[in-house]
Write a protein that binds this ligand. Structure first.
Ligand code: FAD
Length: 405
């Protein structure tokens, strides 16, 4: 029986790039998923700056743009007061943000893994892991015809999402856990023009609204609310949804002129969980490693970043430069360094609390100051180092030069 260098369980935002990157380095990779592709997974799909940059780095951005996914060059945010619109710099000629449908994006990622040389098995559910003493050495799975199979590898990667079977089977330690704080509902509209990414916050009503142009000329329009309101909202979804949208009056007017193209979808399954992402013979990546509320739209770009970090760590070990444990410990350190500050910020945002007066003052000061507004949004979307924008001197300069009307 061949022994793969790596078996990756789960072939979407985390698994396919991990498989692609390892296969591009010449490793024998088996990529498996119980789903078949192309297929949708019902999540929102906004990818900010650093995620777009990763797609470009991997040579996949043009493919995503070629699916007729409108590039978003602008972002506008309102708190029900005034819209503050900016144009964070993307890459040269590319958008700072994109919202490709998952059915489209995931297909491109799977395809890229296969082109790189990974072996793909679809409709292939993994049921269990193979162990040698206390070390994971492979998977037990079923083929499309139901035949039980085992496959062996030097490392098994769980990229199998928030309810990861791999994490459960290896008993990956949970390092942090906060139950769901919000819920979300969304649908797609035709003939609702948008000016790039549009966000609206209404802390008093505990509602957040996000709108983004996506494939096929459709506009994704979603609302998120506090988990305490979930059951009341779900009792009458259209009323709850339109009640939320009506808070954003300008958007509501455009929605009134549009046509709902798909049924409502929603989720309150939005836990915040951080797991130790490695152990003997196994590693976790993407939502399997840590999952956070989607309010800051970080999941896809985190999955991309960690696919890169994990593929490098596995390469370090398989190439004999570092013992596997040391390479994976470094993966965890880098993941946490990059991800945990955002995880904490996400938890803060999920409280849907009124904004701190300092932020409101800064927002007011940015009004009419396009260059700094662009940099403000760039810092949020990671195309400008946040510490540079939020440096006290920089904030003091913006407040001092604010328009006084
Ligand atoms: C409501 C909602 C809205 C979101 N909005 C955004 C957003 O706007 N922007 C953003 O960046 N992120 C968003 N996210 C987060 C984002 O969807 C995830 O972070 C991302 O999907 C993680 O990708 P993944 O590859 O780790 O897992 P997944 O996309 O969940 O893929 C896991 C794969 O593993 C496969 N699998 C699972 N178990 C097995 C098994 N036993 N055998 C074989 N295969 C298996 C599944 O079939 C699936 O294909 C949102 C999430 C939710 C829930």
């Amino acid at each position: 029986m061949p022994i793969y260098d790596a078996i990756i369980v789960g072939a979407r935002c985390a698994g396919s790039p991990t498989a692609m990157l390892l296969a591009r380095k010449g490793y024998q990779v088996l990529l498996v998923d119980r789903a078949t592709f192309p297929s949708d997974i019902f999540r929102l799909h906004i990818i900010g700056g650093s995620g777009v940059r990763k797609l470009a780095e991997w040579g996949l951005l043009d493919r995503v743009l070629a699916t007729n996914c409108p590039p978003m060059h602008r972002i506008t945010v309102t708190f029900g007061d005034f819209p503050l619109g900016g144009r964070p710099p993307g890459l040269s000629d590319s958008p700072f943000s994109l919202a490709p449908r998952r059915v489209v994006l995931d297909q491109i990622l799977v395809q890229a893994a296969v082109e790189a040389g990974a072996e793909l098995r679809e409709g292939y559910p993994v049921d269990d892991l193979l162990w040698d003493d206390r070390r994971v050495v492979g998977i037990k799975a079923r083929t499309t015809t139901g035949t039980a199979v085992t496959e062996r590898a030097r490392i098994v990667v769980g990229a199998d999402g928030v309810h990861s079977l791999v994490a459960r089977l290896v008993q990956a330690p949970v390092l942090r856990e906060v139950p769901p704080q919000t819920f979300g509902y969304w649908t797609y509209w035709s003939e609702v023009p948008l000016d790039g990414l549009e966000l609206a916050y209404f802390p008093e009503q505990r509602r957040f609204i996000v709108a983004a142009p996506t494939n096929d000329g459709l506009s994704l329009i979603a609302t998120q609310g506090a988990i305490a309101d979930f059951h009341a909202f779900r009792a009458d979804i259209p009323a709850g949804y339109h009640g939320a949208i009506s808070l954003a009056t300008d958007l509501a007017e455009r929605v009134a002129g549009g046509r709902q193209a798909e049924r409502f979808r929603g989720s309150a399954d939005l836990p915040n969980v951080v797991r130790r992402p490695y152990g003997p013979g196994w590693a976790l990546v993407g939502d399997a490693g840590y999952h956070q509320d989607p309010i800051l739209a970080q999941g896809i770009l985190d999955a991309f970043r960690d696919a890169d970090l994990l593929a490098n760590a596995i390469d370090q070990s398989l190439a004999g430069r570092l013992p596997l444990d040391a390479a994976l410990a470094d993966y965890e350190r880098r993941r946490d360094e990059a991800g945990m500050p955002v995880f904490e910020r996400t938890l803060q945002e999920t409280r849907l609390e009124p904004f701190p007066p300092d932020l409101l003052r800064l927002r007011a000061a940015l009004r009419g100051n396009q260059a700094d507004t662009d940099r403000f949004y760039s810092a949020i979307f990671g195309t400008v180092p946040p510490e540079e924008f939020w440096a006290p001197d920089n904030i003091a300069r913006i407040l001092a030069t604010a328009r006084l009307d």
